[in-house]
Ligand binder design. Structure first.
Ligand SMILES: Cc1cc2nc3c(=O)[nH]c(=O)nc-3n(C[C@H](O)[C@H](O)[C@H](O)COP(=O)(O)O)c2cc1C
Length: 455
């Protein structure tokens, strides 16, 4: 017996701060102006996407003590942007990445509960821990925690925030004008929480929000991160967008759910995915190569090289061979605040591998960096991309994708106009929203005990 066709979830990652964003393209606009966010959100909503996603960076990343065009500079505050977007959209989910290492549960719970109210039930919180002390320096306590403590704090942070979301049952406000009774329970919102990280009590200011609680996302990749997702998240934002890595990751995190009494459909796996479209597959491949050249200029290639080599290579010719010197092992003193730096932790081994690839393909430094960093996940005609995405989801390499265009703000338009209708024709993506909340779009079970009168 064949299993039922799985429905695809799609979301839109606002481009912005990373080196895949091509700011130099003539079509590129502001990463900060509200009109960019509005254009992007409206395209995602027109295409019936599940949600818009904002990543977060709390400190501008540096290399050799300077910021540079490897990162498109500037990231406005998440809550301010999402609250503004709630006013110009109707159904689109609004997901914000907010750190549990540097913030306080009361404040974050209040902000997300407010966003859930303002958007009529469309808020999601991507709980991240951040891995570097460099980011922590922005905060008043120096604010950095060892790895095991970061997830311990994340778990307790989320538990505390959930207690605050649940502190209003949801039936306390009666507002009976005849009897003059506004509140049926003067203890509404009362909370008291004491653990190793938080010692708080009081009454929460925001009544029960439309989704009961915002949807919870997680984005860490370590064992502790995956465990945290299995225990507490509704969806996981992953890096594993290739077929084999996607299937392995999907199976791994779904397997962990049973330990917490949860079913496979209780946690969605949504990898980040880039794409390049063309009228034909050949044209898309050509475009994709051009995009890679735009993403990795000569100067950018040197910046990447320095992250692995951990030394100043400012004088190296990007159009020549890789440097003859080896990387400097030990702590990375050249690049600060970049997650990718961790991926090259065994720098000597990475350099050896890169040299082999460069020699085999007779590649210059720039060509090598183009080859080994960030290929686009989906390249092809709209029909090819629609078929590939569908194949990945049916084969459980993902439950859907968080698409990351390389142009701001119009980089999603072509996908919305050409790929989405094909997915709809194939019956694997919604033709229209069937619910009003993000929880509805994602097909998640209601929060236990909410709504109060549910049978
Ligand atoms: C796909 C993906 C996207 C992420 N996006 C962000 C982000 O926007 N902001 C952030 O502070 N951290 C982000 N992170 C990293 C998180 O801070 C995560 O908590 C960190 O990687 C440490 O957890 P880990 O050791 O489990 O990977 C992301 C991680 C992944 C895998």
């Amino acid at each position: 017996m064949s299993s039922p066709t799985r429905q695809i979830h799609l979301a839109a990652h606002f481009p912005g701060v990373n080196n895949t964003t091509v700011w130099s393209d003539p079509r590129s606009g502001s990463h900060i102006a509200f009109e960019s966010f509005v254009h992007f959100a409206r395209t995602a909503e027109r295409a019936k996407f599940d949600f818009l996603f904002l990543a977060e960076g709390l400190r501008l990343r540096e290399q050799r003590g300077r910021i540079h065009d490897l990162d498109v500079v500037g990231r406005p505050d998440t809550f301010t942007v999402l609250a503004a977007l709630a006013a110009v959209t109707d159904r689109l989910g609004l997901a914000g990445t907010i750190n549990s290492t540097f913030n306080e549960p009361y404040e974050v719970a209040r902000q997300f509960a407010s966003l859930d109210h303002l958007s009529d039930g469309r808020a999601a919180w991507n709980v991240v821990t951040s891995w570097d002390a460099f980011t922590g320096e922005n905060f008043r306590r120096g604010g950095f925690l060892a790895e095991e403590q970061r997830y311990e704090r994340a778990e307790l942070f989320l538990r505390t925030a959930s207690e605050l979301f649940d502190s209003w049952r949801g039936d306390e406000i009666v507002a009976d004008k005849e009897s003059g009774v506004f509140l049926a329970d003067a203890k509404a919102g009362a909370f008291e929480h004491h653990d190793a990280h938080f010692d708080i009590s009081g009454q929460f200011t925001v009544p029960r929000s439309p989704q009961g609680r915002p949807v919870i996302f997680q984005a860490g990749d370590s064992d502790a991160g995956r465990e945290f997702a299995a225990r507490s998240a509704d969806a996981i934002f992953s890096r594993h967008s290739t077929f084999d890595a996607g299937q392995a990751f999907h199976a791994d995190v779904k397997r962990r759910l049973a330990r917490y009494g949860r079913a496979p459909e209780d946690l969605l796996v949504l990898p980040a995915a880039t794409f390049v479209l063309g009228d034909t597959d050949a044209q898309a491949r050509e475009r994709a190569e051009e995009v890679r050249r735009q993403q990795v200029s000569g100067a950018t290639a040197i910046q990447f090289l320095e992250q692995v080599w951990n030394r100043d290579l400012g004088d190296h010719d990007p159009d020549g061979p890789l440097p003859e010197v080896d990387p400097v092992p030990g702590e990375n003193t050249v690049a600060q605040g970049r997650a990718s730096v961790r991926m090259y932790e065994d720098r000597l081994a990475t350099a050896r591998r890169w040299r082999e690839i460069a020699e085999a393909g007779k590649l210059t430094t720039r060509e090598l960096v183009i080859e080994v960093t960030g290929r686009q996940a989906f390249v092809g005609s709209p029909a090819t991309v629609a078929d590939t995405i569908n194949r990945f989801v049916q084969a459980r390499a993902a439950d859907g994708f968080i698409l990351v265009p390389h142009i701001t703000p119009a980089g999603l338009d072509e996908f919305a106009d050409t790929v989405v209708p094909l997915l709809q024709e194939r019956g694997v993506f919604r033709a229209d929203y069937t619910g009003t909340t993000l929880r509805d779009h994602l097909g998640l079970a209601p929060v236990p005990g909410w709504p109060v009168h549910a049978v």
